[in-house]
Design a protein around this ligand. Sequence first.
Ligand SMILES: Cc1ncc(C[n+]2csc(CCOP(=O)(O)OP(=O)(O)O)c2C)c(N)n1
Length: 664
Amino acid sequence: MTLDRAQHDKLANAIRALAMDGVEQAKSGHPGLPMGAADVATVLFTRVLKYDAAEPRWPDRDRFVLSAGHGSMLLYALLYLTGTPGMELDDLKKFRQLGSVTPGHPENFETAGVETTTGPLGQGLATSVGMAMAERMLAAEFGKKVVDHHTYVLASDGDLMEGISQEAIALAGHQKLNKLIVFWDDNGISIDGPLTISDSVDQVARFKACGWRSERVDGHDPDAIEAAIRRAQKSNKPTMIACKTVIGFGAPKKAGTSKAHGEPLGAEELAAAKKALGITGGAFEIAPDLLKTWRNFGAAGAAARKEWQARYETLSERKRAEFERRLAHKIPAKLDKAIVAHKKALIANPVTVATRKASELALDVIVPVMPELVSGSADLTPSNNTKVKGLDDFTPKTPKGRYIRYGIREHGMAAAMNGITLHGGFRPAGGTFLVFADYARPSMRLAALMGLPVIYVMTHDSIGLGEDGPTHQPVEHIASLRAMPKMRVFRPADAIETAEAWQLALDRTDGPTVLALSRQNLAQLRTDGTATNRSAKGAYELLPAEGGKAQVTLFASGSELEIAVTARKQLAEKGMRARVVSVPSLELLLQQDEATQAQVIGNASIKIAIEAGVRFGWDAVIGHDGVFVGMHSFGASGPYKDVYKHFGITPEAVVEAAVKRHNL
Ligand SMILES: Cc1ncc(C[n+]2csc(CCOP(=O)(O)OP(=O)(O)O)c2C)c(N)n1
């Protein structure tokens, strides 16, 4: 169906009307962006986008990411107008209300048809890069017959000003992600006023410099927008289309100003805008024939979806089962067996290795049974030990590769991993130094919020990295990541715990996991490696007290478990009975029921935690009056054994503290 200009305008104005009304009713929100970008969105949803509103999870749909999440009413209006199940007019009336499917910013876990949570500017754009990479990888594996879609993004000035956008577009340009098409809502306005007060970047030139096609169009000219999209679809590069628009298009006084950005128009301006746009009808009233036209567009993709289904049926049963398993993020049946066999081999031949090396050993057994694992690193491959046999580089020429060279782009990597996971079909794991979790954190937070099972392989997890010094030595990172809801942190102590942490990270499908791994070698302390995953409850007793009830419990994670074991021995020589509890995941322990926690924590009168990080969080185990042997400041540069001594994280210090308490 081709639309004449008048028909197009009516459809676009329906979006504008709903956005104005929704924001007005909520008494908060952002009408300006939906009004300005309505033409671009209408062209996309009526002429280009491959979707079937009735089936928002159809695997081969085109993805549409509203990176400028503050313009959420644009997306909600589109979902309603196209007839996406679960989005009724009443939901638009409940915009921004508690429990509604129309929250202030789009939440993919609340609302069908929302591809990713957006709101923190730049994230949607960077996430879409991962979606486009996943599309290419999945197409390479299952064939274009069943995987062949585009990723479209609407990005605002703020999205492009945020630093993460640079990492994202550089990565996308380098990977020649030609099925990624970004609309820049070039309205020249942000919150503080005209963009000219803070920005003078030539975005078109910038994208070109990053390996993109880019061009400018009038963002209110439907045919020009469509033509630009068609050109983009033929390109062998990703495309950015700079769409010149007017924020708050149609509002007589506020259009083109920051007043249209983040507040309701007000009754008078709203009425005047509707009049100027030729919109009749009251609040939330969409004429039945107009709604019908929109709904027809929403249903038009059903034919393409059915054709896809028919093509899909021609795949072998085995291939379909694999496709479905992959999209459902179900782990392969062989994984558990592979991990258990690996643990048994380690028991038979114990290794003294850094846990980053132990992680590599685990990957060696995981990769062959888990084709969906996509590993990578932000330019620290030899340090993170993330590349093993079977992981070849993912490049434009080798789209079957399962190893992504993210470059020195931790934030871009973390956001791309969100996109890879959201797209479906893959489980990404990406490496960097733990201290640079800070560089990835906003995307890690979104992974946690969305409940995405992304894995972060974060090595060099403490002062134990030694010579690189305090800039590279994480101190507060473990505690701060533990504090993030739904984020799970494992700091394994040896090769067995590392294998168990990998297993738990992969088994988990409802949230992300950090694997905090050592640079320095650690003895293998575990002497059991049965099918039971002892790390599953976050902590367990490694060594009981000998000769009677424990007087002291020593809790430790990661590299400090060795210190606890040595301290226990030294205490025994002084006639004191101590047990050792390994705590690979403090927050997982604290999520266990009270009985389990009580059993693991025990009731020895002296409780000592040893961790080369800050105390924050440990009081829940050792109590306010417990002893903490760890870091109280930033670290220092030096050989790691000297640094440990310097900061008093030694068996002797533990023994001294225990004896002092005992003699009190
Ligand atoms: C990371 C981040 N910083 C700040 C904000 C707050 N914020 C919301 S919209 C916006 C800027 C709006 O300007 P623009 O991106 O041009 O959107 P428009 O005015 O066109 O709607 C800001 C700073 C945010 N959402 N995310």
